[in-house]
Unconditional design. Structure first.
Length: 336
């Protein structure tokens, strides 16, 4: 099984916010407030929206969550054959809500490159820092290319991505994060023998419902952070219903939050050892995650999640968010 420790973990979050990335970031901040994790850096990547926009979004939300001093890395603009996901997340990635937030506290022009942030922290604290990647794997692959073997210095690498026994969400065969940069994904998976993968096969069961969202709104209506989260969730519910992401159920899928859940609640999942490869050339299957379960365990490269308990997952998520928001100062201000 993957590591089961729940002691305080130093974490780098590699992300492309993006709606469900924001839910993941909120949860990570709540876990830090409970001293279960230590957010040492956030590295942004081109994905759901442009690299510049994901940087801006991360900066604004970190400040809103009281995390303005967290190091923020900038990703390179590297869009390949995959369109962004602005049709789901909004043109700004935040449901068109970013203009109502305070200006970013980090500056794109002077920010360190995301891959350099990853390299620095893994070299400084070898085998201590967990890298959680919930966007395309461009930054991790760039770090590995610049410093071969650097990803071996992570305590763990946890990724949300892939689709093994279910359809993809960007093509018939591929999941968005992997399809966006399949060569990068293959580089990361080849870098070590224990990458933890939370694929669509399990995250498609994690439906954040309107009732759950409104439970936060009703309890903490005066907090700007809650105001953003609730309004963003309502936007994502609307777009998810429009694009039939949830089979007609009123809610949206919190794919990326699964990677955060794994950090402190690994018992929510079951895993299987697998040798995983990424299809990088196929005309119809580019970005497909292929798992060969015939091989002996010593040939396996990854831990792939097989199941998750959705009820317990949302009990943990909502419990941590309620605890976090209860400790925040109330304010009558809200988004415009």
């Amino acid at each position: 099984m993957p590591s089961q420790s729940i002691s305080t973990r130093p974490v780098i979050l590699d992300t492309d916010p993006g709606g469900d990335d924001i839910v993941a970031l909120f949860w990570l901040a709540a876990l830090q407030a409970s001293k279960l994790v230590d957010i040492v850096a956030v590295t942004t990547v081109d994905g759901n929206v442009s690299a510049a926009q994901t940087f801006r979004n991360a900066s604004q939300v970190l400040a809103l969550l009281g995390q303005a001093t967290v190091i923020l890395g900038r990703g390179q603009q590297g869009r390949g054959q995959t369109d962004d996901a602005s049709h789901i997340h909004g043109a700004d990635g935040l449901g068109s809500l970013s203009e109502g937030l305070a200006a970013p506290v980090h500056h794109l022009e002077t920010a360190p490159a995301s891959e350099d942030v990853i390299i620095q922290h893994l070299e400084t604290r070898p085998h201590k820092v967990t890298v959680v990647a919930i966007g395309p794997l461009t930054n991790l692959a760039a770090a590995e290319r610049k410093r071969p073997g650097i990803l071996q210095l992570a305590n763990e690498i946890v990724i949300m991505g892939g689709a093994f026994t279910c359809p993809g969400n960007i093509t018939a065969e591929a999941e968005f994060n992997i399809h966006f940069n399949p060569d990068a994904a293959q580089t990361v998976l080849a870098s070590r023998q224990d990458v933890v993968i939370l694929p669509l096969d399990v995250t498609r069961t994690l439906l954040f419902t309107r009732e759950q969202v409104r439970s936060l709104s009703q309890a903490y209506s005066r907090q700007p952070a809650v105001d953003l989260l609730v309004r963003l969730c309502e936007f994502l519910i609307t777009t998810s219903m429009t694009y039939r992401e949830t089979s007609g159920q009123p809610g949206f899928l919190v794919h990326d939050a699964a990677a955060i859940a794994y950090l402190c609640y690994p018992h929510l999942f079951t895993f299987q050892r697998s040798q995983v490869h990424i299809e990088t050339l196929g005309q119809w299957t580019r970005g497909k995650t292929s798992s060969d379960r015939r091989l002996l365990p010593q040939s396996a490269t990854s831990w792939v999640a097989q199941t998750v308990n959705p009820d317990d997952f949302f009990t943990c998520l909502l419990g941590d968010l309620h605890h976090f928001f209860t400790q925040q100062p109330s304010s009558r201000s809200s988004l415009c």
